[in-house]
Design a protein around this ligand. Structure first.
Ligand code: CMC
Length: 437
């Protein structure tokens, strides 16, 4: 239990007596007012749709300073981690709170890479889906089904059961994502090659066929690894909060992660990279750079319902630090592939420049977020648009599972149960059918 001598005094104009609420200071970031006793002492709830001012938990994993444009995983700045570590080191860091030394790094790689294969029956389950289904719908189903395929552990109050589930999820997500892609295009599944790095293995499972050898391109592997690192965790966003809320009932972790994937799919969250690329393609197909002015005018018109996808963030009111790194990667990948003059990339750069100088965006502190660039990189790597969010889900799985573990082991852990401001009908009498209007 966090202790505090600092209090907030809450006064009411309806005669309810004043109450003192403790204020807690984190190691960094805004202080919080503990309102847990509010209902018991006053009979009142707080009202905060969209959680604009609500901390739903305490956490030691990821910190974001939205005004500074800062993102820390376990205290390390994202730009340093992206420059010095690979994705599995980040997984270790998020799960265990420390960067692995050489022995720990090798041990962890070996552990994860020996769990990459999925139950053979999984492919028959997958074959039950329509081939033209959205891959996020398929992935939600596949990960949920892991609860049925890996039911040897069922008591998740046991640390070892949780550890096994964590490793299985991190190890098998690339296999499941690649299988859903191969199924959608009618190609044979490619089994994992555990001698490769985590990310190179994923690329091979996505793009190799049994007919010819697959050449690993280290520049492209590094770019995808960076996408994984930048998407690995982002504190209490919608999908992570979904995993925590779902997992708080004590449900199976595969089911909780599947709920997170379902939440991530939405265009306001992980689906933004797909929506952003669709937006760019649309502008490109309807006049290109010439039409940017018209498009921006539409975005600024509140009645149009059009948003500049890949711009804006609930927390970042400055440049998203992940966007800066993704932009760098964008240049590296396009250079490597000889696509420097890619029309979509040029269009994105022009759109970005115009938006960053426009009072509408400046005044509202709307900057490009990571998804403004990640779609361009993924497209250049050969990943189809509708698979973008699956790649995000693969990367975010470690964040979700680290947050789930933190919640289960928190001494203050309780099932999540929000309350409401009820504005519907009060009690009514049920009339007989003949009397109903
Ligand atoms: N285009 C145009 N206007 C925007 C945009 C945008 N992309 N984003 C916000 N606004 C405007 C919004 O209309 C509002 O204006 P006003 O104050 O005049 O009513 C103001 O900015 C504040 O917007 P909001 O909707 O209250 O902000 P929010 O914090 O609820 O929404 C957001 C954050 C990410 C959902 C939103 O910025 C958005 O829809 N962006 C586009 C989708 C996107 O790129 N999402 C990816 C987020 S990063 C990846 C991830 O972490 O999942």
């Amino acid at each position: 239990m966090i202790e505090s001598d600092i209090k907030a005094k809450l006064s009411f104009s309806d005669g309810t007596p004043d109450i003192d609420l403790p204020i807690y200071k984190g190691t960094v970031g805004p202080e919080v007012i503990d309102i847990r006793k509010l209902y018991g002492q006053t009979g009142k709830f707080t009202y905060d749709p969209g959680f604009l001012s609500t901390a739903s938990c305490s956490s030691k994993i990821t910190f974001i300073d939205g005004d500074k444009g800062e993102l820390l995983y376990r205290g390390y700045p994202i730009q340093d981690l992206a420059g010095k570590c690979d994705f599995l080191e980040i997984c270790y860091l998020l799960l265990k709170g420390k960067l692995p030394n050489q022995t720990e790094k090798s041990g962890f790689e070996e552990l994860v890479m020996h769990h990459t294969m999925v139950h053979e029956q999984m492919q028959f389950f997958l074959r039950g889906f329509r081939r033209d289904a959205h891959p996020m719908a398929v992935l939600t189903g596949l990960v949920g089904a892991m609860a049925a395929f890996y039911h040897d552990q069922i008591d998740y109050s046991e640390p070892m059961a949780r550890h096994i589930a964590q490793i299985r999820l991190i190890a098998k997500m690339p296999t499941l994502v690649a299988m859903s892609y191969k199924y959608s295009i009618g190609q044979p599944f490619i089994y994992p090659d555990n001698s490769l790095s985590y990310t190179a293995n994923f690329m091979r499972m996505m793009f190799a066929t049994p007919c010819e050898p697959y050449k690993i391109n280290p520049v492209l592997v590094k770019a995808l690894d960076r996408i994984f690192i930048l998407h690995a965790d982002h504190e209490q966003n919608a999908s992570t909060s979904t995993v925590r809320l779902c997992g708080s009932s004590g449900t199976n972790p595969f089911a909780a992660i599947s709920a997170g994937i379902a939440c991530l799919w939405g265009p306001a969250h992980g689906g933004a990279n797909e929506a952003c690329l669709d937006m760019l393609t649309n502008i490109q197909n309807n006049g290109g750079v010439e039409k940017i002015g018209e498009f921006i005018a539409q975005v600024k018109d509140k009645n149009s319902g059009v948003r500049l996808m890949g711009f804006g963030h609930r927390v970042y009111k400055n440049f998203d630090p992940r966007a800066k790194l993704m932009r760098e990667t964008c240049y590296e990948v396009l250079n490597e592939l000889g696509l420097e003059n890619d029309p979509l990339f040029k269009l994105a750069m022009t759109l970005e420049k115009i938006a960053l100088e426009d009072e509408y965006f400046v005044g509202r502190k709307l900057y490009p977020n990571v998804d403004f660039y990640s779609g361009i990189v993924q497209r250049a790597l050969g990943i189809p648009t509708d698979m973008f969010t699956c790649v995000f889900a693969l990367a975010r799985t470690v964040g979700w599972i680290a947050q789930w573990e933190e919640m289960i082991t928190d001494a203050e852990y309780k099932i999540g149960r929000p309350r409401q401001l009820f504005i519907g009908e009060t009690e009514r009498i049920v009339p007989a059918v003949a009397e109903r209007k």
